[in-house]
Design a protein around this ligand. Structure first.
Ligand code: SAM
Length: 308
């Protein structure tokens, strides 16, 4: 099996975050397969990232899920020692938010095709209670998908899922053809998720990817992604976390303060939510949420939109 490069190894970090979340009594979701996907490296990566985005009070018993203030500027955690926005909490919210989003869209929109761009160690094909039959396409580097299959063995996917793993380079010219060859039908509505990916790409690479996604999607299709704001890449509070990724060999390369405008350039009418806002809080976001009109603050966004 080919060794994983630095960006590919971040899939193990995400698996470690999900395995840890699954162990929490106040977990936002369950990913029972994540622990099998962490590997020797995943725990080490999580240690480095958690260290750079802490220290914080991680005793889940002390939390009060459901009672959290959706956050209008006061985190109430000023003495927690928090140094940067919490990767652990962000990842938990992001996973749950997109779990809910995908299930709702498949149920209400009837999307027959789901495309996980940079699927990594994502296990939604296995663990989500899909309400309708779907084809679920997983795009990632061949080595990542091979490592996942080797760890999961013949674990069955959900009964309504036909899973189609496709090993590709998303920055190369061939992945669109490979997707179609695997059975994807561009003329039919589809639901796409780009999770944990865009900040590892340059601005040009992000735009190339969005343009290709737009070319592959029929009107009415839906595209979701997470991304960071531009200020996040230079904010002193985020520097310790950025340094970890730099050291690991996969620096964060781009961010956008106006995701709606970026997506609109590719024919996608989008809405961006910040963790800690009411629809993306889940009683879990500990930090201030700065209203969008406040300039020069670090942000992360959960974005979703419809292809016009
Ligand atoms: N979306 C998954 C999740 O949330 O569990 C994985 C996120 S992981 C942080 C980032 C993933 O992007 C890795 O699996 C990596 O291999 C993939 N990736 C980054 N650049 C890629 C490229 N050029 N081609 C294919 N996959 C890529």
């Amino acid at each position: 099996m080919a060794p994983l490069d630095a960006i590919a190894r971040t899939s193990l970090l995400t698996a470690a975050l999900r395995a840890e979340e699954t162990e929490r009594p106040d977990r936002l979701y369950q990913d029972p397969l994540a622990a099998r996907l962490v590997g020797a490296l995943g725990g080490d990566l999580l240690g480095q990232v958690a260290d750079a985005s802490g220290p914080r009070d991680t005793d889940p018993g002390q939390g009060d899920p459901g009672q959290g203030d959706p956050g209008q500027g006061d985190s109430g955690q000023g003495d927690s020692g928090q140094k940067v926005p919490s990767t652990v909490d962000f990842n938990a919210i992001r996973t749950r938010y997109f779990d809910d989003y995908l299930l709702t869209q498949v149920k209400d929109g009837g999307y027959p095709q789901v495309v996980m761009v940079a699927a990594g160690m994502d296990t939604r094909a296995y663990r989500l209670p899909w309400p309708r039959a779907i084809e679920l396409f997983e795009l990632d580097r061949p080595g990542v998908l091979e490592a996942k299959e080797s760890a999961l063995g013949d674990e069955p996917v959900h009964q309504r899922v036909t899973r189609r793993p496709i090993g590709v380079d998303l920055l190369g010219p061939d992945w669109m053809d490979a997707l179609v060859t695997a059975g994807y039908r561009p003329e039919e509505p589809s639901l796409w998720l780009l999770e944990g990916l865009l900040y590892y790409l340059t601005d040009d690479e992000t735009r190339q990817l969005l343009s290709r996604v737009a070319d592959l999607t029929a009107p009415g299709s839906r595209i979701a992604a997470d991304m960071v704001g531009a200020t996040t890449l230079t904010a002193p509070a985020v520097a310790p976390l950025l340094q970890v990724f730099e050291r690991l060999g996969c620096p964060w390369l781009s961010g956008h303060d106006e995701p709606e405008a970026l997506f609109a350039e590719y024919g996608i009418e989008a809405e961006a939510v910040q963790p800690g806002e009411e629809s993306a809080h889940y009683g879990r976001w500990p930090d201030p949420v700065h209203p969008r009109h406040v300039p020069d603050v670090e942000r992360v966004f959960l974005v979703h939109g419809v292809r016009k």
